[in-house]
Design a protein around this ligand. Sequence first.
Ligand code: ZN
Length: 333
Amino acid sequence: MAPTRRLWLALTALAVLAAVAIPAASSATPGPRHPYRDRVGAAPVLQAPAWSPALPLPHRQVLPLTARDGFATDVRYMVRPGDNLYAIARRYGTTSAVLATRNGLANKNAIRPGQELLIFPVGPAPAPPPAPASAAVISRGPSIPMVAFSFDAGSDVGYTSLILDVLKANGITASFGMTGAWADQNPSMLRRIVNEGHHLINHSYNHPDFTTLTTAARWDQLDRADAAVTALTGLGMKPYFRPPFGSQNAAVNADLAARGYYYNVMWTVDSWGWMGLSAADIISRCLSRAEPGAIFLYHVGIQSQDGPALQAMIDGFRAQGYAIGSVADVLGH
Ligand SMILES: [Zn+2]
């Protein structure tokens, strides 16, 4: 049992006993056993007080019963290394937005191993959704007036600092497809990405074509990338994966799901910045292809003008009536 919950139960038990101690002590004859006490069995904290039908039911007022363990209780979760709010939300069949609100998190990355999160305010947790046999290939979100920005960080640090400045100035959190190698080479930049609330997608350790790898090699790439990010930030990247080169097949998607990566995140529109388009061409290409729920693919590297084109794209999408968020935001996770 978590220390906070144990303390909470102990304090509640004291309150219950205080509420009934005086009338119970004034009556020399013990009352009947508390009916809930009998149902609960060997409850470790609460002692059955003397009770008579004339007295209110302090248990019922303070601790209404639930089906799980006889007492209503907050459902709390202790954050483990490599967790993130999206993975925790999926485990409990809720959303990161709900968990962020419930726990007063302004930044969805503002969780640390050992921290307790309130998952549900009361009652038993529902059964988690079943793990899929294959990762879902996602190339767009639902038809909502929002587009997702995703920036792949595979090689050099490039325009990352500029991109983060522009996103921050516009109040946007986006997704970053992160390789473990990039994380290892740019630890302070990775921490800035996380601290500023952006969403991470596992983009492998060093960017091989997953269709050419064995299952063991795929899992090694996923695990090493996640471990690199966890070592630097405490957070993990499940359940999101972006395939290097967009290269994937059924075997890759089965291996992703088996490792906890349930979303294989492709894109709706590739800016083609990596192909050497000018900033002006990137802007016109992307703005002309905006559609509800679209996922845009950009790169942070110096070979791409996506960073310099960013502010004009933000202005253009907003002028078309689109909000801008991360892939997780557009998917409603
Ligand atoms: Zn890439």
